[in-house]
Design a protein around this ligand. Structure first.
Ligand code: GLC
Length: 556
C-alpha cells in the first residue's frame, strides 16, 4: 500500500451514512426535515465518527417515488431548502472531515421532467430520443417489472404519439436512453455541476437498468452501455480525481465484475454487496456461517482501486431476490413471517432489531460482522440507535420514518403537530420513548456507543479496506472466522452466529516471535509470541483481534 493510494482512495477506508433530508431533522417546524436541520445535526454524525454522508435525492420531484422521480437534476426541492442551504451542509460536513456523496439518477426521470414533457409532444421533439420508444405492441413483460404491486408491464402506451415508452420502475418514471450521446452529455453536465458545488461523489441509482435501456433501445443511437459508464467515470476523474461512483447493482458477482470494468477497474469504483448482504440474513436465520462463508469465498477479486460496500439495510425493501425460493422462505419464516412484514414477494419491510427480536447480542453480532468484512461499511440513518419500522406504512415507507432524536414529541424530529409530519414516527415499542439518540449518546452500553466504537476501529484498521481476505478454517458450524492481512498487521475476526458458547483454538499467531494479538474492542492483550489463540465465544459472541508487531502503536 502506498501513501498516495490511501489518501486519494479515501472511500476504501470510509464509513458511509445514508439519510433522507426530509426525515432527518426539521429546523423550521413545518413537519418536513430540511437542509437547515441537517446542517445542525452534522456534529452528531461527526460524533458517531462516520466520514462519508450519502444524501438521498433532494431534487425537485412530484415525490411519487420518494424523490427518485426527479423533475430537475440541477435543483433543490424547495421544501428542503435551496442551494445555499445545501452548500452550508456540504461545507459543514467537510469541516468535520465528512465527505458528501449524492444520488445520481441516470436510469430515468419523472414524467413531469421538461425533457419528457417535450419528448411526448411529438415524435419530432428534440427530446424524443432522450427516452426509449417502441412502435409495436410490447410482449408480456410482467416478469420484468420492479414493482409488481403497481405495474404489469415495463412499457406504457403514450396516447398522443401512439408509441410505447420504456419504464423499468413506475410508469411515471420513463427510462432515459443513455445510448443517446446527447443524454450522456446532459448527465456529464449534471455530474460537473454537483462536483463544482463541492460533492465528493455519487451513489449511482439502478445501474443495470440503464444498461438494459440502452440494449433495448431500437434507436440507431444506442451503443455499448459499459462504454457510457467508462465515459462517465473518466469524466468524473478528470473533473475531480478523488471523486467516487458507488453503484447500486443488485446482481450476482459475476455480472457485477463487468460493472467494475473488469480487470481495468475503469467503471464504478464501488458497488453495494447485495450477495453478501442476503447471505448474511440466511446465515443469521440458520445460526450457521456456511451461507456467508460461501458468499465471501465467491467474491471475485477486484482491481486494487475498486471496493465493495457492505451493508445490512438500506431505504428499500430488504431484498432477498438472489436467494433461492426455499432460502427466501427460511428467512421470511425467521425474520418476517407475517404477510404485513413482506413486500413484492422478495423482501422484508423490517429493520434489523425487530427481525432479531430486539436481542442486543444478535444485533451487535450482525453489525460487528458487517464492519469486520473487507469493504466499506454503509449504514442507514437510525441503525446506529436500533430504530424499528412502521409496518402500517405502505411498502418501503415502513423504514423511512422520522429520525428519533429524543423522547420529546415527534421524537424530537419536528415541532409540528404530529398530523403534519411528512411521515409518522414509529408508534410502538421501538418508538422514541424507548429508542432515541439523546438517551444513547452518553450511555457507554448503548447500541450507539457500540456502533461508534466499531466505526472508530474500522477507520483505524486499513487492513479491512485494503488487505487480503481469507477465511480461517475451524470446526464450529456456527462460527465465521476470517482474517485480513496488510503489510505487517492482520485483523482476525471471529463471530458466533449460534446461541451456544464455543471454544476455539486458532492457529494464527505463528507469524513470528514478536507478534501480539490485541482485542481492539476491549483493548486487552490476548496472546503474544507464537501462542495459539484460545478463545471462548459466548452465544452470538464476537471478537476482533489485531495481530501486530509487539509493542506497535495502535494506529493505522
Ligand atoms: C433505486 C432506489 C429506489 C428507487 C428506484 C427507482 O432502486 O434505491 O428507492 O425506487 O431506484 O429510482
Amino acid at each position: 500500500m502506498r501513501i498516495t493510494d490511501t489518501s486519494d482512495l479515501w472511500w476504501k477506508s470510509a464509513v458511509v451514512y445514508c439519510l433522507d433530508v426530509e426525515t432527518f431533522y426539521d429546523a423550521d417546524g413545518d413537519g418536513v426535515g430540511d437542509l437547515a436541520g441537517l446542517a445542525q445535526r452534522i456534529d452528531y454524525l461527526a460524533e458517531l465518527g462516520i466520514n462519508c454522508l450519502w444524501l438521498m435525492p433532494f431534487y425537485p420531484s412530484p415525490d411519487r417515488d420518494d424523490g427518485y422521480d426527479v423533475t430537475d437534476f440541477y435543483g433543490v426541492d424547495p421544501r428542503l431548502g435551496d442551494h445555499g442551504r445545501l452548500v452550508e451542509v456540504i461545507r459543514t460536513a467537510h469541516d468535520r472531515g465528512i465527505r458528501v456523496i449524492v444520488d445520481l439518477l441516470i436510469n430515468h426521470t419523472s414524467d413531469a421532467h421538461p425533457w419528457f414533457r417535450s419528448a411526448r409532444e411529438s415524435v419530432d421533439s428534440p427530446h424524443r430520443d432522450y427516452y426509449v420508444w417502441r412502435d409495436t405492441e410490447p410482449p408480456d413483460t410482467s416478469a420484468e417489472v420492479v414493482f409488481p404491486d403497481q405495474e404489469d408491464s415495463i412499457w406504457e402506451h403514450d396516447e398522443r404519439t401512439g408509441q410505447w415508452y420504456l419504464h423499468h420502475f413506475y410508469r411515471h418514471q420513463p427510462d432515459l436512453n443513455v445510448g443517446n450521446p446527447a443524454v450522456v452529455d446532459e448527465l456529464m453536465r449534471v455530474i460537473g455541476f454537483w462536483l463544482e458545488l463541492g460533492v465528493d461523489g455519487f451513489r449511482v441509482d439502478a445501474v443495470p437498468f440503464f444498461v438494459e435501456d440502452v440494449e433495448t433501445a431500437e434507436s440507431h443511437l444506442a451503443g455499448d452501455p459499459h462504454q457510457v459508464l467508462k465515459e462517465l467515470r473518466a469524466f468524473l476523474g478528470r473533473r475531480r480525481g478523488d471523486a467516487v461512483l458507488l453503484g447500486e447493482v443488485n446482481l450476482p458477482y459475476e455480472a457485477q465484475t463487468t460493472y467494475f470494468g473488469g480487470g481495468d477497474g475503469d467503471e464504478l469504483q464501488m458497488m453495494f454487496d447485495f450477495v453478501t448482504m442476503q447471505a448474511s440474513y440466511l446465515a443469521m436465520a440458520r445460526g450457521e456461517a456456511a451461507p456467508l462463508a460461501a458468499a465471501l469465498a465467491g467474491r471475485p477479486e477486484l482491481h486494487p482501486r475498486c471496493q465493495w460496500a457492505t451493508f445490512l439495510r438500506n431505504h428499500d425493501e430488504l431484498t432477498l431476490d438472489q436467494l433461492s425460493e426455499e432460502e427466501r422462505q427460511e428467512v421470511f419464516a425467521a425474520f418476517g413471517p407475517e404477510e404485513s412484514m413482506q413486500v413484492y414477494d422478495r423482501g422484508l419491510k423490517r429493520r434489523l432489531p425487530t427481525m432479531l427480536g430486539g436481542d442486543p447480542r444478535r444485533v451487535r453480532l450482525a453489525y460487528s460482522l458487517m464492519f469486520s468484512l473487507p469493504g466499506t461499511p454503509s449504514i442507514y440513518y437510525g441503525e446506529e440507535i436500533g430504530m424499528g419500522e412502521d409496518l402500517q406504512a405502505a411498502g418501503r415507507m415502513a423504514v423511512r420514518t422520522p429520525m428519533q432524536w429524543s423522547r420529546a414529541r415527534n421524537g424530537g424530529f419536528s415541532a409540528a403537530e404530529p398530523e403534519q409530519l411528512i411521515q409518522r414516527v414509529v408508534p410502538d415499542g421501538y418508538g422514541p420513548e424507548h429508542v432515541n439518540a439523546a438517551d444513547q449518546r452518553h450511555d457507554p452500553d448503548s447500541l450507539f456507543s457500540f456502533i461508534k466504537a466499531l466505526v472508530a476501529v474500522r477507520r483505524s484498521c486499513p487492513e479491512l479496506g485494503w488487505g487480503t481476505f481469507a477465511l480461517i478454517e475451524q470446526p464450529h458450524p456456527s462460527v465465521l472466522a476470517h482474517r485480513c492481512d496488510l503489510d505487517e498487521v492482520s485483523m482476525v475476526a471471529v463471530h458466533n452466529l449460534g446461541p451456544d458458547p464455543v471454544t476455539l483454538s486458532l492457529d494464527v499467531c505463528r507469524a513470528g516471535d514478536g507478534t501480539e494479538a490485541l482485542d481492539v474492542l476491549s483493548h486487552q492483550l490476548v496472546a503474544a509470541g507464537d501462542e495459539c489463540l484460545e478463545l471462548v465465544l459466548e452465544g452470538y459472541g464476537h471478537r476482533w483481534l489485531r495481530l501486530r508487531p509487539e509493542g506497535a502503536l495502535d494506529l493505522p
